[in-house]
Design a protein around this ligand. Structure first.
Ligand SMILES: [Zn+2]
Ligand SMILES: [Zn+2]
Length: 262
């Protein structure tokens, strides 16, 4: 039996979700998941809607309570999804030292203080992809994270303007990002939230390149903000990863990784 884990989930501890931990856990158990990791948004930017929203102490206590309640049925991990680390590096570094976390997804949701969607509207698709990949590269070089979140998420916002990118156009940027990620012992998240539109974040070409470069650290996450999506397409993506030749999907405990056979 495969060990199924959903490693990207938002609850009402994130500004943009209303689902409770209990909604998530009940759904995860019904989806036969063995483990989940909650990955709430956090930000140190006073203009960001996540600012001062997330309360670690309550989060930790609630996870502990529910871990006891559902013990033997599912394992629940404490994670965060961070954004724009480079702008608030000191705050993040201090925060990670002070709080006991299992796992950190490093993402980029904004460029130049604006959403990716607004960047596309104002500066065009090519500019946005290029700036985004450059920014991810800087982050991958020096950020504190375990996996890069939904690498190439620009696809989600470019989709409507017909701007789903051609891998060949950005292959050199992506190569550098993957090289540095691997050399730092960090990994990639495979995010299933675009699959209803046939988009996988990251694209298969990126996953193939990652494999060719001997990358092996991967997590899979639904990025569910509503409980109907918890665990969505997780085992489907495991099949894809296995076909590419990967052996493991990883879970994390106190920021240490464990390979679970695919
Ligand atoms: Zn995200
Ligand atoms: Zn997310």
């Amino acid at each position: 039996m495969r060990y199924l884990s959903d490693y990207h989930l938002h609850s009402n501890y994130s500004f943009d979700s209303k689902q409770t931990f209990e909604d998530i856990i009940t759904k995860a158990i019904s989806m036969k998941l063995n483990e989940i990791c909650l990955t709430e948004h956090i930000s140190f930017d006073p203009d960001d809607r996540s600012y001062n929203f997330f309360n670690f102490k309550d989060y930790e206590n609630e996870i502990k309570r529910l871990s006891d309640k559902y013990s033997g049925k599912i394992s629940i991990k404490k994670g965060l999804e961070i954004g724009e680390y480079l702008l608030y590096k000191e705050d993040f570094d201090k925060y990670f030292k002070k709080h006991n976390l299992d796992f950190i997804i490093g993402s980029i949701h904004n460029l130049n203080g604006k959403s990716l969607r607004n960047n596309i509207a104002e500066n065009g698709v090519t500019y946005t992809y290029e700036t985004y990949f450059k920014e991810i590269f800087k982050f991958a070089q020096m950020g504190d994270f375990d996996v890069l979140g939904h690498l190439d998420i620009v696809q989600r916002y470019a989709f409507k303007s017909g701007g789903v990118y051609d891998f060949e156009d950005y292959k050199d940027y992506i190569y550098e990002i993957l090289k540095v990620t691997i050399s730092r012992g960090k990994g990639l998240e495979v995010n299933t939230s675009g699959l209803s539109k046939n988009l996988l974040f990251p694209k298969l070409e990126i996953l193939n390149m990652y494999k060719d470069l001997n990358g092996e650290i991967l997590t899979v996450g639904s990025d569910a903000h509503t409980s109907n999506r918890v665990g969505e397409k997780i085992s489907y993506v495991y099949d894809i990863l296995k076909d590419i030749g990967f052996k493991y999907v990883f879970t994390f405990d106190n920021r240490k990784r464990n390979g679970q056979l695919l």
